[in-house]
Ligand binder design. Structure first.
Ligand code: DAH
Length: 339
C-alpha cells in the first residue's frame, strides 16, 4: 500500500503539473480527492492493513492528501487570476471613444400645438373637457341641427358603426355634452381625435380637432374675434391679424371661416399663402339658437360662440409643411426639425 500511495502521489503531481485550465483542474480534483477518488479508496483499504502499520499508513495518506490539496489550491488561484486578467484585458474600456450622447424624447409636433392651445385657453379661464370617440349619431349630428336627411351630412364622410353609432367626425359633439351637463355661463375647450373617410395631402382618416364653446349672457361676434385673435397670435406671432368670411355650418348662425395673416410673410403674400397674405384656418360662429334650445339652454337669455380648428392643419401652418402625411410617417429626423 505504501508503494501505491507513493506512486499515486507522484502520478497526481505529474498530472497536476500538466493541467492547464480550471475545467481540467476540477476534473482532477474529483479524480484524486472526490468520494469515488483514489485517496478515498486508500482509506477504505485501511481495514485490511495490520493494526500496527495503520498509524504510518494513515500519516502517509494524510500527507498525500495535503500535498495534493495544496497543489490544487495553488493552481486554482493561478487559473482564476489568469481568467480575470484575460477578462479585464478583453473588456478594456476605451475612454478616448466619443460618446453617443443621451437621446431625449420629445412630444410629437402635433401635441406641442395641442399643448399651446390648451395652455392659452386655460389662461383665459376655459375648462378642458373630453368626449367619446365612438359617439352617438345624436351628439355628432342631430343635436347639432343636422337631422338624418340633412344635406350637410354630405360635407363629412362619416364612418358609421350602425344606424345610431359612429366614429365622431367632429369634436363639436362635445359641445352638446357640455351644454347638457353644464349650467351657463361656461367656457370649455375639447381637444381630441376625429375620423372621416378621407385621405390625401391635407386629409387623413384620423385627424385632430380643438373645439371651443362659450355660453353666457350678451356674448357676441366681437368676443369670438378677440378670443381667436389672442389664440392665433399666440401660435403664429404677436402681429397676427384675423379676418372672418361668411360661411355655413348647421350649428352656428351666423357662421364664419376664419383666416389669419400668413406667418411666413406677415400678410404681404408668398408661396406658402399662394400670394393671398392669408391662411384659411378654422370654422366658427355664433351658436345656433336652435342648438342651444335642443340642449335645454334658454336662447332668449343666453348666446354663445363656438370654434373648431383642425389641429393637424394648424401644425402644418406652424411648421410650414405642405403635406400632412409627413407628420405621421414617424421619420424622427424630420420630426426633430419641427416646432
Ligand atoms: N366641426 C366643424 C368641422 O369639422 C368645424 C366647426 C365649425 C366647429 C364651426 C365649430 C364651429 O365649433 O362653430 O368642419
Amino acid at each position: 500500500m505504501k508503494e501505491q500511495i507513493n506512486s499515486f502521489l507522484q502520478k497526481a503531481q505529474e498530472e497536476l503539473s500538466a493541467c492547464n485550465s480550471l475545467k481540467e483542474l476540477n476534473e482532477l480534483k474529483v479524480k484524486f480527492l472526490g468520494k469515488q477518488g483514489e485517496l478515498t479508496s486508500f482509506l477504505r483499504g485501511m481495514k485490511d492493513v495490520p493494526k500496527e502499520d495503520r498509524p504510518e499508513m494513515g500519516q502517509l495518506i494524510n500527507n498525500a492528501r495535503n500535498v495534493v490539496e495544496q497543489k490544487i489550491n495553488e493552481l486554482e488561484n493561478m487559473f482564476s487570476q489568469q481568467e480575470l486578467n484575460e477578462k479585464l484585458q478583453n473588456e478594456k474600456i476605451d475612454i478616448t471613444e466619443s460618446s453617443k450622447g443621451i437621446e431625449k424624447g420629445e412630444l410629437h409636433p402635433l401635441y406641442k400645438v395641442f399643448d399651446k392651445l390648451i395652455d392659452c385657453c386655460v389662461e383665459m379661464g376655459f375648462k378642458v373637457i373630453t368626449g367619446p370617440e365612438v359617439e352617438y349619431d345624436y351628439y355628432n349630428f342631430e343635436a347639432l341641427n343636422v337631422p338624418k336627411d340633412h344635406p350637410a351630412r354630405d360635407m363629412q364622410d362619416t364612418f358609421f358603426i350602425n344606424d345610431n353609432i359612429l366614429l365622431r367626425s367632429q369634436t363639436s359633439s362635445v359641445q352638446v355634452r357640455a351644454m347638457q351637463n353644464l349650467k351657463p355661463p361656461f367656457k370649455v375647450v375639447s381637444p381630441g381625435r376625429t375620423y372621416r373617410a378621407d385621405s390625401d395631402a391635407t386629409h387623413s382618416p384620423v385627424f385632430h380637432q380643438f373645439e371651443g364653446l362659450v355660453v353666457d349672457e350678451n356674448i357676441s361676434m366681437i368676443d369670438l374675434k378677440s378670443m381667436l385673435t389672442k389664440l392665433l397670435s399666440m401660435l403664429f406671432g404677436e402681429n397676427t391679424k384675423i379676418r372672418f368670411r361668411p360661411s355655413y355650418f348647421p350649428f352656428t348662425e351666423p357662421s364664419v371661416e376664419v383666416d389669419a395673416t400668413c406667418p411666413s410673410c406677415g400678410g404681404k403674400g408668398c408661396n406658402l399663402c399662394k400670394g393671398t397674405g392669408y391662411m384659411e384656418l378654422l370654422g366658427a360662429g355664433m351658436v345656433n339658437p336652435k342648438v342651444l334650445e335642443m340642449s335645454g339652454i334658454d336662447s332668449k337669455k343666453y348666446t354663445g360662440f363656438a370654434f373648431g380648428p383642425g389641429v393637424d392643419r394648424l401644425a402644418m401652418v406652424v411648421n410650414k409643411i405642405p403635406d400632412l402625411r409627413m407628420m405621421f410617417e414617424n421619420d424622427v429626423k424630420f420630426l426633430e426639425q419641427l416646432k
